[in-house]
Structure formats: C-alpha cells, structure tokens
Design a protein around this ligand. Sequence first.
Ligand code: ZN
Length: 161
Amino acid sequence: MTIAQHKVVTIHYKVTDVDSGEVIDSSEGGAPMTYMHGAQNIIPGLEAALEGKSVGDEIEVTVAPADAYGEYSEERVQQVPIEAFQGVEKVEPGMAFTAQTEHGPVNLIVTEVEETMVTVDANHPLAGKALKFEVTIDSVRDASEEEVAHGHVHGEGGHHH
Ligand code: ZN
C-alpha cells in the first residue's frame, strides 16, 4: 500500500535544524508518529515528500521555511502593556501564553520584559528555519470513514474521544 490521500501513516522520524545541525525532534527510543495523509496534519513539505512512498521506505528531505513552519515575521512580534498579564506573578522571557484573539487562540512567547512593556512573539518557534527530515515509513493503512470525517487519526497514536 502506498501513501495517498486519507491513508493513515506511521513514521519514525528525526528532524534537524539545517543551519545549526541541532536535532530538534526524534522518535528514536519513543513512539512513532501517526498522521492522516492529505489532512494537513503535518507540514506541507514533509507531506509532499511522503506521497507515493510505501512501508519500509526511507526518505531524507530538506524543507524550506515556507513549506515548514513559515517565514519569520517581524509583524508577529508585538509590545503589550504589562497590565495585560494580570494574575501572572512574574512575567519572564521564555514564558509561553495562549492569547485569545478575534482570529482564535494564538500561542505567544515572551521575549523581553521591561518596566511597563512586554515583548511577545507569535511566530512558531521553528518559523524561519529550514528543516531536514529523515523518515522511515512504519505502516500505512486506510482511514476509517469516521477518521476522514474528523480529519485526524483515532486510536493508537491518534485522538481518543
Ligand atoms: Zn476524531
């Protein structure tokens, strides 16, 4: 069975930051990752590289930021008054928050704290990075009708609900 629209795919993977050579994530020694192909469960550049592959195939692909977690945007860095953090005992760089906006929830990371202002960055932590994926395909199966309707995998490695 080859990987195509709405197949449920299990992969072992290693992700490396191309510029620094740092390993960002790996399934080595842990559970493999399961996703539904063609349902935007994973980044577009990796999904495209997996199309048509089958169990046992090993692929290595370098994905540009635009096809990974997006380009880094200065517009997504903002300063907000420290009063916006009411109820937080101490606001510190590196803290992660979820802000409710008119476009839905946005994950923010505090990058700088001054007396009255806090700088927050809404870029994905991997925005602007080219990533190298080394992937081995572990299993491929058809998705159930329910999984297709939900757009994600159920059971092992997926959603339980
Ligand atoms: Zn579901």
